[in-house]
Design a protein around this ligand. Structure first.
Ligand code: ZN
Ligand code: ZN
Length: 389
């Protein structure tokens, strides 16, 4: 069986830099279309709950709507205008990255936002209740005082972000290719004596050499019984013969994340490990097979869980089958129990069933895929055969 799925011909295993295609960037036209779609949603919220504006605090949402990638920003969006508030450190960067109006605050940026809101006579302003810290909430409270009411909203911009544009899919594809290439080159050099931390460092170094800004999350490298922790941190432990090694990693490319997990075995794997691996792979392939436009996210999870149950392994599968990803490593939808979100063509999700046995080992296989009309496109080129080294 050819387990090499997705990717472009010849892309796997080559230590080349990603080729940058013409669509491989988000254009100003696209940012402006995103803001128009948000304005459409705001018009609905005005009718529904009297909202006159949305205050965006989540930086990935700010980036999605404007292109600005700095670490301090607030975005005030009305149906007619979008203003980005930041501090003097980002004056030059903001001018280069975004076409929206930028206000560089000399004092606390919350005060500048409140002043603009007062000028526009905004009385009811939505804020992202799940994406704000207590300190920022207090600062907004003292800046606005009783001049306007802040009203909690959830997932307004996140809903827009679920379905990726062709340009975003290209960025995720490049991100995945960089991660997979780094993985495949490092696996060739694995041997007893290398520490988990050294492997993680090598993977991250090679991703950067391949064009990534860095890792999309803290790289997981876990050998032997540490692989039974789904989110193990790399340790100074050194690889030894007859150990299993789990690597979960992703690159960040132009702001976009990718995510993959592979397992290798140093020396001949015991029969039990081989059987578990085959069961997880069967569950992963069945779940991938179920991904298509119109299917409920929860149905993909049921599919993976059903296969593992047939192997008597349902108790060992302790997390969801997958998650959306994009500007963040975990986005909507969640491919978990009972999630009713319908998959839509263009969504980017992971498919990653796994089994974990405390004190022994863990096995997970993960690909990043794009939902298509009649199926899905697997973006992770690395082979899914159990590598034995
Ligand atoms: Zn992962
Ligand atoms: Zn994942």
């Amino acid at each position: 069986m050819d387990l090499r799925a997705g990717g472009r011909p010849g892309s796997a295993g080559e230590a080349t830099r990603p080729s940058v295609t013409i669509q491989d960037r988000v254009t100003e036209t696209e940012y402006s279309e995103r803001r128009q779609r948000l304005a459409g949603l705001l018009a609905g919220l005005r009718v529904e709950s009297g909202l006159q504006a949305l205050l965006v605090t989540a930086l990935p949402n700010v980036r999605y709507l404007t292109g600005f990638s700095g670490s301090n920003a607030l975005l005030l969006v009305t149906e007619d205008e979008t203003v980005l508030f930041t501090d003097p450190r980002y004056q030059v960067q903001a001018a280069g990255e975004t076409a929206v109006t930028v206000t560089v605050a000399r004092g606390p940026i919350e005060e500048s936002v409140a002043a603009r809101a007062a000028k526009l006579r905004l009385k009811r302003i939505g804020f992202e209740e799940a994406r704000i810290g207590y300190g920022e909430w207090r600062a907004l409270g003292s800046a606005f005082g009783s001049k306007a009411r802040l009203i909690g909203t959830r997932d307004v911009v996140e809903t827009l972000r679920m379905v990726k544009s062709p340009a975003e899919i290209e960025l995720i594809r490049n991100s995945m290719r960089i991660a997979s290439t780094a993985y495949e080159s490092v696996v060739l050099e694995l041997k007893a004596g290398i520490s988990e931390l050294e492997i993680a460092a090598e993977l991250e170094y090679r991703m950067r050499r391949g064009g990534a800004e860095g890792a999309s999350f803290e790289t997981i490298v876990a050998a032997a019984d540490r692989s039974a922790m789904p989110h193990a941190r790399p340790s100074p432990n050194r690889l030894a013969a007859n150990q299993l090694l789990l690597v979960d990693m992703g690159a960040l490319y132009a702001g976009y994340a990718s995510d993959m997990t592979r397992v290798v075995h140093l020396g001949k794997p015991p029969r039990k490990v081989k059987a578990w691996y085959r069961a997880v792979l069967e569950a992963q392939l069945a779940a991938i097979d179920a991904v298509r436009h119109g299917v409920a996210a929860g149905a993909i999870d049921r599919r993976a869980r059903g296969v593992l149950k047939q192997h008597g392994l349902e108790e060992a599968f302790v997390h969801s089958t997958g998650h959306g990803l994009g500007l963040e490593i975990h986005e909507r939808p969640r491919l978990g129990k009972g999630d009713r979100t319908r998959l839509v063509e263009g969504m980017a999700v992971t498919v990653e069933p796994g089994v974990y046995f405390g004190g022994l080992c863990g096995i997970r296989i993960e690909d990043t895929v794009i939902v298509r009309k009649n199926g899905c496109e697997v973006l992770t080129p690395a082979s899914k055969e159990l590598s034995v080294i």
